[in-house]
Design a protein around this ligand. Structure first.
Ligand code: GDP
Ligand code: GDP
Length: 440
């Protein structure tokens, strides 16, 4: 499980600036997909080999009235509840405000480690900056500048140091045996996830869900279908906790993110009887960002009249165009129709995600692509030269292209290459990443 860091503080202290800094590389990745809106409240970052999730609570700020904090907004509470460690940010140029004190009172009771961080401290004397904030009683403040990056690494070390670390065990292949496909079923509330899981698991579900899931560990539920083995990836409820967090909602973005990141293939469910919402698109965006293989199930297809069905299909194609690499299935979890075909797409997506692509074949396909259409020379720059390609990873497949002046390859041409590789290797159902490595 990835550690979860919540960024908390009153408006304008610099939370989103820090969030962007912590999650930068990922955001850039997603920007490659036109038409994708995403929730910038949740992001993934990495320190060394250690990935983590960050929640920026800016935008669902605590409610303030006459300078007094009335209530931490529900979402902020949820973010804190779902976190492993809270980074509480204050503004070094403004000093303590009543609002900071009110947040402190709340955080003191939250049962999470809290790191007090004084931001906007660039060019200021350490002692002068921190003196004020000892009064909050949260220990030694860390001093940072989100805008310039000073102190951010130390902050991360401190934050991640509060969470026990068990590096993922390396999975040596079980010779000759098929590894179960790890499948996560995600979607916004009420799209039919539980109904689908029931349909997939049948009787087993009862047993599985009785497992004592007292921590936030992932629950893994093995099941078999048509002689194939799968593991359903779910994340258990939140850690056992006192009254403070009883109001946590059934649907949790963090749980969704964790389940996605632990899976090989994600089954994204939508509700055919409702419009596609922003929340659907956000979740789709998370899947895309994670690089996991994807199958989209448009559920509740039963009982829809033909003209409505046409309408829904058109809407799905228009709004989820950025997922066109994935197979779409129109199904009913309730009536258990369409599920066989859907699971065959899960298998195909898994196979594509795990495909082994040899250097000679990749290079041959690259040469074909270039022969068919050479990368355009942009004005005033050297024409890129694409020499050979090798595979840099699986799930998602990463294709690393070597050559010269590759920084001059435009986005259009990158997309062209992606499509070419996708077609050549029949990589349906998985995102594909192309990376360039210039010789000079
Ligand atoms: P949020 O409301 O807490 O998310 O705050 P923002 O990240 O939107 O930042 C509020 C303002 O503070 C913006 O104008 C930022 O440019 C500025 N800011 C953020 N971090 C720093 C910093 O480290 N130093 C300075 N001087 N300004 C900062
Ligand atoms: P979850 O919140 O995503 O787990 O959704 P549930 O599985 O709890 O389903 C929400 C509601 O939608 C329930 O009333 C289900 O009976 C209903 N539902 C789920 N799948 C279908 C379906 O395929 N067709 C119809 N008509 N209703 C469904």
């Amino acid at each position: 499980m990835k550690p979860v860091i919540a960024l908390v503080g009153r408006p304008n202290v610099g939370k989103s600036t820090l969030f962007n800094r912590l999650t930068r590389s990922r955001a850039a990745l997603v920007a490659d997909y036109p038409g994708l809106t995403r929730d910038r409240h949740y992001g993934e970052g990495r320190m060394g080999d250690r990935p983590f999730l960050v929640i920026d609570t800016g935008g669902f700020e605590p409610v303030v009235k006459e300078g007094v904090l009335q209530e931490m907004a529900k979402q902020t509470k949820q973010a804190v509840a779902e976190s492993d460690v809270v980074v509480f940010m204050v503004d070094g140029r403004q000093g303590i405000t009543p609002h900071d004190k009110a947040i402190t009172d709340y955080l003191r009771k939250c049962g999470r480690p809290v790191i007090l961080v004084v931001n906007k401290a660039e060019g200021m004397k350490y002692t002068a900056v921190v003196a004020d904030f000892y009064e909050l009683g949260l220990g030694d403040p860390l001093v940072i500048s989100s805008a310039h990056g000073d102190g951010v690494h130390t902050l991360l070390e401190e934050a991640l140091g509060k969470v026990p670390y068990a590096p993922a065990e390396t999975e040596d292949g079980i010779a000759g045996e098929q590894r179960p496909v790890r499948l996560a079923v995600v979607g916004r509330p009420n799209v039919g996830k539980s109904t689908m899981i029931n349909a997939l698991l049948g009787e087993e579900r009862v047993i599985a869900f009785d497992l004592p899931g007292t921590t936030r560990d992932a629950i893994e539920i093995p099941f078999e279908r048509d002689g194939k083995h799968y593991t359903l990836v779910d994340t258990a409820g939140l850690r056992k906790r006192g009254k403070v967090f009883q109001a946590i909602e059934k649907f949790s973005v963090v749980k969704t993110l964790q389940a996605i990141s632990e899976a090989n293939v994600v089954l994204l469910l939508l509700d055919a009887q409702q419009d596609i919402s922003e929340q659907d698109a956000h979740i789709a965006g998370f899947v895309l960002e994670s690089g996991r293989a994807l199958v989209v199930g448009i559920n509740k297809w039963d009982g829809l009249p033909p003209d409505k069905r046409r309408e829904v299909k058109a809407e799905v194609e228009r709004k989820l165009h950025f997922l066109s690499f994935a197979k779409f299935h129109y199904v009913s979890a309730l009536k258990a129709t369409g599920i066989g075909a859907l699971m065959r797409s899960v298998d195909a997506a898994y196979a594509a995600a795990m495909a082994k692509l040899s250097t000679p074949r990749l290079t041959r396909v690259l040469e074909e692509a270039v022969e068919h259409q050479a990368p355009p020379r942009r004005q005033g720059s050297i024409r890129p030269k694409l020499r050979y390609a090798h595979q840099g990873g699986q799930n998602p497949p990463i294709i690393v292209i070597h050559g010269n002046s590759l920084e001059n390859v435009g986005d259009d041409y990158k997309r062209y290459l992606e499509k070419h590789f996708r077609d050549a290797f029949s990589l349906t159902g998985t995102p594909l990443r192309i990376e360039f490595r210039s010789g000079k």
